[in-house]
Write a protein that binds this ligand. Structure first.
Ligand SMILES: [Ca+2]
Ligand SMILES: [Ca+2]
Length: 127
């Protein structure tokens, strides 16, 4: 018989994102930040991280947020995950445009491997 516990590394249904995020960040702050950058190509990661309150969080909490955004648990936020990064904060967050995604990635990806590691993410948040 199958046990009720699953240790599969290929988890097809990650835990509810909003619940995880709202245990770290204030839902109202997230909503305000998403509203502020609702227009296409208006995204500013520095202001966004500040508005959602991430900038003032501890390193551990920033790492938890990274884990939520790393939807496939690869240990990195890849370009395709970055495009949907706002959905990690709230279900109704918009997709980033290709231009925003590339700019965000370029700003974060200090070692140039085309994806964002947890240290790169933490450094970006604290920038
Ligand atoms: Ca990933
Ligand atoms: Ca990198």
């Amino acid at each position: 018989m199958f046990s009720s516990f699953s240790f599969s590394p290929h988890l097809s249904s990650p835990p509810p994102v909003e619940m995880a995020m709202s245990s770290i960040l204030n839902a109202d702050d997230i909503k305000k930040a998403l509203d502020a950058f609702a227009a296409a190509d208006s995204f500013d990661y520095k202001k966004f991280f500040e508005m959602v309150g991430l900038k003032s969080k501890s390193c551990d909490e920033v790492k938890k947020v990274f884990t939520v955004l790393d939807a496939d648990n690869s240990g990195f936020i890849e370009e395709e995950e970055l495009k949907f990064v706002l959905k990690g904060f709230a279900k109704d967050g918009r997709d980033l445009s290709d231009k925003e995604t590339k700019e965000f990635l370029r700003a974060a990806d200090k070692d140039g491997d085309g994806k964002i590691g947890v240290d790169e993410f933490a450094a970006l948040v604290k920038e």
